[in-house]
Design a protein around this ligand. Structure first.
Ligand SMILES: [Zn+2]
Ligand SMILES: [Zn+2]
Length: 123
């Protein structure tokens, strides 16, 4: 089946922690180009722009199962432990996770939108 139609982006995914943005073309657990793959969670997915012709896709992120905010899958933004948790929620509820995960959490830095500290440079 030669179908040239590119999947139209449904919208733009924006991580609410690190402000990563990317157009996504699918939301759900079964990306249309990867028939045999079922994701563990409802995810925002885009076709992998770097591997044309292949049934590749990238998972951009999904919603935190606690607070509902959209977070990317980056280690500084979210954690997947049977469900997706944004890092702030994961930290707040660290007691609920196994020790292994708690230790992992402590190692991570939470993403922040603040620009790197600037010293007042003059021109
Ligand atoms: Zn992020
Ligand atoms: Zn959350």
């Amino acid at each position: 089946m030669a179908c040239e139609a590119e999947p139209r982006p449904l919208g733009v995914f924006e991580c609410q922690l690190c402000a990563l943005t990317a157009p996504y073309s699918y939301v759900g657990q079964r990306p249309p180009d990867a028939q045999s793959i079922v994701l563990l969670e409802e995810s925002y997915v885009m076709k992998d722009p770097f591997t044309p012709g292949e049934s590749r896709f990238l998972v951009l992120g999904s919603r935190c199962s606690l607070c509902g905010r959209l977070v990317c899958v980056g280690p500084e933004c979210s954690l997947f432990y049977s469900r997706r948790f944004c890092l702030p929620c994961a930290r707040e509820n660290a007691d609920a996770f196994p020790q292994e995960i708690q230790q992992d959490l402590q190692k991570r830095k939470i993403a922040s939108k603040k620009p790197a500290s600037q010293h007042g440079s003059r021109t």
